[in-house]
Design a protein around this ligand. Structure first.
Ligand SMILES: [Zn+2]
Length: 452
């Protein structure tokens, strides 16, 4: 038997290296997008259940969510797992564009690594609890649909994250670090314009062009951008622009993300977009439906918890990569049009305090329990997540090594939270101070709501 709980946890993870890599690759192969992660969630939930965790499957309306619990009593330590893929990013593990299924989903944000490393951490931590008689509860949260910013919102609303003392999470990244900065709050919203179809050559005067209204809105939003504060990000895709040039579009649809450093900023920019949509509809003579899909907060950082994760990152050490792996990374960098001497970060960067220009539904959890985010190198420098190049890394030795490091850091952080009550009090004090007077409710009504 190992001498220390951390050694036991890390030893368990080391001894299951092959099994962990196999699960990683299987989930990468499934490449199931948001709310369709049936096989991915089952694989992880089954693994935990067969190892003695009590598993509750399906949370609220989320068929692919689960909660796996081990132990009893306090403290209650949460670990977050994700496993959804991204649309359009199907890609084989090669350094040139070659999808497995053209246009299909792929793990361009390495959430398959996220899910399996968190699961490994829970299992390693369980082993340490058993062998060293540590008391407390581990709850692994299988959280679907992160990429649509939805899964954790519904789980939060269902009370899944109530009663937690602290929550551990991580994300595949381009460096090895822990972030104590925030993220951007976000609204996801669709604008659907309805016009009247006609033959645009023979009888244009009889039609109302829904696409024209969408374009007026586009122009208005483009002009509004100069008034947006720094760090605001408003981006969109046009999901319906009509079907053929000789049929005046009856329907046109755009899908926006409104991101800003705080919820009130998102609310005020969102209100401007709603006015722009209404104005555009009026100008062209269409109607507009506004479908507010979901909204999330910015991450509430917890420095005391971040420091524990950071200490354990130093204890475990960053991944180191072979020449072959670095060559693969360089080829992916070249496919993006760049190359650096250091393709993959192998050092530990200092604690990051800046606000990340991304949004995550983990933010909802961070307002319910102290949360910190570890990052471990998977992506080469200059290779962004949400690219086919990112998908191409998913089953490589690079990904497998990152998963091992992340799993160990989370497990060791869990040991600290279970065995160092004074550290946990510090974390709780910081959390309570920052959430004084805060009462959780979803930022926008759950499910699609038609505002107009
Ligand atoms: Zn992600």
């Amino acid at each position: 038997m190992a001498s220390y709980p951390k050694e036991t946890a890390m030893g368990w993870i080391d001894n299951h290296r092959e099994q962990i890599a196999k699960i990683n690759d299987e989930i990468w192969n499934y490449a199931e997008p948001a709310l369709e992660e049936f096989k991915s969630s089952k694989l992880l939930a089954d693994e935990l259940e067969s190892s003695g965790f009590q598993v509750t499957r399906k949370i609220a309306s989320l068929s692919t969510a689960f909660i796996a619990t081990f132990g009893s009593g306090n403290p209650v330590i949460g670990i977050i797992a994700e496993y959804d893929a991204l649309p359009g990013l199907s890609q084989k593990a090669v350094t040139y564009r070659d999808p497995v299924i053209a246009g299909g989903p792929g793990h361009g944000d390495a959430h398959h690594c996220y899910g399996v490393a968190s699961t490994a951490a829970a299992l390693g931590l369980k082993e340490a609890m058993k062998q060293h008689d540590l008391t407390g509860t581990i709850k692994l949260f299988g959280t679907p649909a992160e990429e649509t910013l939805y899964g954790k919102v519904e789980m939060a609303n269902a009370g899944s994250f109530d009663g937690l003392d602290a929550v551990l999470s991580w994300h595949p990244g381009a460096e090895n670090t822990v972030r104590v900065g925030s993220s951007l709050a976000n609204n996801s919203v669709k604008f659907v314009f309805h016009g009247k179809p006609t033959h645009p050559g023979i009888s244009p005067e009889l039609g109302v062009n829904a696409l024209s209204a969408l374009e007026v809105m586009e122009t208005a939003v483009s002009l509004l951008r100069e008034h947006f504060p720094d760090a605001v990000r408003v981006h969109r895709v046009i999901t319906d622009g009509g079907k053929a040039p000789n049929v005046m579009p009856e329907r046109a649809e755009s899908w926006y993300y409104v991101r800003a450093p705080t919820r009130p900023m998102v609310d005020s920019i969102y209100a401007r977009l709603v006015e722009a949509a209404k104005g555009a509809a009026q100008a062209v003579g269409t109607t507009v439906d506004i479908e507010l899909i979901c909204g999330i907060r910015e991450v509430l950082p917890n420095k005391a918890l971040a420091e524990i994760q950071f200490q354990n990152l130093q204890l475990v050490g960053p991944p180191t990569f072979s020449e072959e792996e670095k060559t693969y990374a360089r080829q992916l960098q070249a496919s993006m049009g760049g190359e650096s001497k250091e393709p993959l970060r192998e050092n530990i960067s200092p604690l990051q305090t800046i606000t990340g220009r991304y949004s995550t539904d983990s933010a909802e959890v961070s307002w319910l329990a102290p949360l910190a985010g570890l990052y471990v190198t998977i992506f080469p420098q200059g290779v962004p997540p949400h690219s086919w190049q990112a998908t191409a890394l998913g089953t490589t030795g690079i990904a497998h090594k990152a998963v091992m490091v992340a799993g160990k850091v989370l497990a060791c952080s869990g040991v600290d939270l279970l065995t160092q009550p004074e550290q946990l009090s510090k974390i709780r004090d910081e959390f309570q101070e920052k959430t004084k007077g805060f009462k959780y409710s979803p930022c926008v009504p759950l499910n699609v709501s038609k505002v107009e």
